[in-house]
Design a binder for this molecule. Structure first.
Ligand code: 5GP
Length: 163
């Protein structure tokens, strides 16, 4: 379909509450929420409030090298998560969308060696995803416009070397 899937901030609020309810109804009690930056930060924060979890972590994952070229596989960017934070924990991974699913696959496999239980929550899951997420609000095969990235940045940044 050439129609886009449009998520508004209003609808996102509903989606986050419904996802939290799925997690609660499932009896899963996460010790921490791990957001995949940047798109997963919104859902991770909302799930933290809705599930009364204050332990929030972030993992930076990119599909881009920074020279405008897409990689074959996503890579973890620094700062990397300390394994100590994850050991023995029930982890809820939050992201905006499982498209190819490769990002979530990477994060899940990264966690799997340390954690007690790792589960994934996404607003959207596409049919081609290699990961079948535990908690999904909506399934679509369309391109999604998220409210936080539908407008361009308010200004263009000059190129700075990575730090
Ligand atoms: P993956 O292919 O690894 O599942 O998705 C990687 C990232 O690409 C997602 O977290 C998201 O930021 C971005 N992405 C994938 N599909 C879409 C889409 O339909 N719309 C938007 N705005 N971003 C997407």
């Amino acid at each position: 379909s050439d129609e886009r899937e449009v998520l508004t901030y209003e609808l996102f609020g509903t989606a986050a509450r419904e996802l939290a309810q799925q997690v609660a109804d499932d009896g899963f009690e996460p010790d921490l929420v791990l957001s995949i930056a940047r798109g997963g930060l919104f859902l991770g924060g909302a799930l933290g409030y809705a599930l009364d979890v204050k332990n929030l972590f972030v993992m930076n994952v990119e599909f881009y090298t920074g020279v405008d070229e897409r990689l074959d596989l996503p890579v973890v960017l620094p700062p990397t998560l300390d394994a100590v934070d994850l050991t023995g924990a029930n982890v809820l991974v939050a992201d905006d969308v499982a498209d190819t699913g490769k990002t979530l696959e990477l994060v899940r496999d990264f966690c799997a060696g340390y954690v007690s239980d790792v589960r994934t929550a996404v607003v959207y899951e596409k049919p081609r995803s290699v990961v079948s997420c535990d908690y999904v609000w909506k399934r679509t095969d369309r391109w999604i416009d998220f409210p936080w990235s539908s407008l361009p940045p308010v200004r263009t940044r000059s190129t700075r070397p990575p730090h």
